[in-house]
Design a protein around this ligand. Structure first.
Ligand code: G4P
Length: 525
């Protein structure tokens, strides 16, 4: 066994995070710049090309090619200044899925990317709430400073009003859009000057503080006056920097920059690596598992089918929680009560799937899955421990499914079972008629379901959109279906729990009023 200190060193240098944003805020661009700094890719445009799905190795599914989007979330790893960085890629497209949410459970911190003109947008808000639930640190990058945007104070106000998080600006813009001069770094008391695109090296001017005459000389009188006014206000009325609050996700350090111009990205990366936590412990049936605890352990947070269409294999994504992973090692599959050999682990770089020989806490590995894994499964070298269950999310979109060819019913059932197990969809059955209703969080999940039913199980299905918006699990001593007939539909989930589907918030509220003893839970109890 390795001396503990090696694991400690490996843990200390790792940072595993996800970028959360709304489509078009610049996530692909930022990811690419970060990978370029780390030397993980050599050519700008690599990630972009992947997004446009031209030569992408992530095009495992035809549907990705057709739509030019990444259905799957993958993981990118690079080294920078002695750190090993794992970026968990969450699909940026509007049609995100429960996978996107679950991927966030494998991250130790998040980078929230915001468009300076658009502020906090819908998808950012949803993803933020999942991070908030876990209390992980959130770092904010306000992007596109080279374009006209909102007043920085208004943006900070929006973070507080809409997301309920206080902020600490690490730097502050001097001008914006066509008048962008640069940013003032509040920690290092220096100016970083914007010189347009194609400037790899940002010009940095060290100053005493923002009253230094150099600032005025560089910014010009108008921008200087504005800057001093803003910074004075921040010093007096802004929150002080409080590392503990950052760690608890109560205060977000904010950085302004422009990803496409590579402006402010390096400063952001360096500060982020310094402040963001190394791999954090996870709760289990055997108590809190620290990353430095001897003995490998981890949990499956995502299952990806058909990574390679030539083989109908599945890949289980595992987040390592403790110990060292070595290729070929034998571990306990706790739910199955069996020992299994981990012989074909994959790692995910921007371009290739490599075979991993060893990996450490915070790393994500892909395990070849002949159908033995489920989301939330724990693997452990030493103890029979199970990590906390992964959260489930309330479906917001619903469709009724019918099979076109009744003779295919067996394959259809098999497909339903497997896809539910993967966490791709949630299924409900209507009471009496036993109609199948699918519930998802993103429209794309329907298309993936339809595609996979046809391609993997040979079943043609028809989906009929339903107008429900909310699903609520009804917990009551005795559920009276009659009471749910008006304004809602009562169905059962795969474990025979009662779930009521509502078309509007009004319908939900009136059902709650009519059933005062019942609990209406957004996810399964
Ligand atoms: P996403 O992954 O979050 O969806 O966003 P992506 O990086 O694809 O960026 C969306 C658009 O915003 C792209 O423009 C990109 O070039 C642009 N962008 C990213 N960062 C900045 C920035 O700092 N300043 C400005 N002005 N634009 C930025 P596009 O026209 O959609 O694509 P492309 O033609 O540039 O490839």
């Amino acid at each position: 066994m390795l001396p503990l200190s090696t694991i400690e060193q490996e843990v200390a240098k790792r940072r595993t995070f996800a970028i959360i944003s709304h489509p078009d805020a610049g996530k692909t661009t930022l990811t690419e710049k970060l990978l370029l700094f780390g030397g993980a890719i050599r050519l700008a445009g690599t990630v972009k090309a992947r997004k446009a799905s031209k030569h992408a190795t992530s095009d495992w599914m035809e549907i990705e090619k057709q739509r030019g989007i990444s259905v799957t979330s993958s993981v990118m790893q690079f080294d920078y200044n002695g750190h090993r960085v794992n970026i968990l890629d969450t699909p940026g497209h509007q049609d995100f899925s429960e996978d996107t949410y679950r991927t966030l459970t494998a991250a130790d911190s998040a980078v929230m990317l915001i468009d300076v003109a658009k502020g906090v947008e819908a998808q950012t808000k949803k993803l933020f709430q999942v991070c908030r639930m876990r209390g992980i640190p959130i770092f904010t990058f306000i992007n596109k400073l080279d374009r006209e945007g909102q007043n920085p104070f208004d943006l900070l106000e929006e973070l507080e009003q809409v997301l309920g998080i206080r902020s600490y600006p690490m730097n502050w813009p001097i001008g914006m859009g066509s008048s962008l001069c640069g940013v003032y770094d509040r920690q290092k008391t220096q100016l970083e000057l914007f010189q347009g695109d194609d400037h790899k090296n940002i010009e940095v001017r060290k100053v005493e503080d923002y009253n230094d005459p150099i600032v005025k000389e560089v910014a010009g009188e108008f921008l200087y006056d504005q800057l001093v006014q803003d910074l004075e206000l921040l010093d007096v009325a802004g929150d002080p920097f409080d590392f503990d609050k950052v760690m608890r996700g109560e205060l977000t350090p904010v950085f302004f920059g422009s990803a496409v111009n590579n402006f402010g990205v390096q400063t952001f990366l360096e500060n982020f690596l310094q402040l963001a936590p190394a791999p954090t412990p996870r709760n289990s049936t055997a108590g809190v598992v620290e990353p430095t605890k001897p003995g490998f352990s981890g949990y499956v947070f995502k299952i990806q089918a058909n990574m390679n269409p030539a083989h109908r294999d599945r890949l289980a994504f595992l987040r390592i929680v403790s110990g060292k992973f070595e290729r070929g090692m034998t571990v306990r599959h706790v739910r199955e009560g069996k020992n299994i050999k981990l012989s074909q682990p994959q790692q995910f770089l921007a371009q290739d799937r490599d075979i991993v020989e060893e990996a450490f806490p915070g790393d994500i590995i892909g395990l070849f899955d002949p159908g033995i894994f489920r989301i939330g499964d724990s693997l452990s070298e030493k103890e029979e421990l199970r990590f906390d269950e992964l959260p489930t999310f309330s479906p917001e979109l619903f469709c009724k499914v019918t099979v076109k060819n009744a003779l295919k019913h067996k394959q259809y059932q098999k497909g339903l079972d497997q896809l539910t197990e993967e966490g791709t969809i949630q299924i409900f059955r209507t009471i009496g008629f036993e109609d199948i209703i699918l519930g998802v969080v993103g429209q794309l999940q329907f298309e993936v379901f339809e595609y996979r039913m046809k391609n993997e199980y040979g079943v043609d299905i028809q989906l009929q959109k339903l107008n429900y918006q909310f699903a609520r699990w009804i917990v009551d001593e005795k559920v009276d279906p009659g009471k749910f007939r008006i304004n809602s539909t009562l169905v059962k989930d795969k474990n025979d729990n009662y779930v009521a589907l509502f078309e509007s918030e009004y319908a939900l509220r009136s059902a709650q009023e009519k059933n005062p003893t019942a609990q209406f839970l957004p996810t399964a109890p």
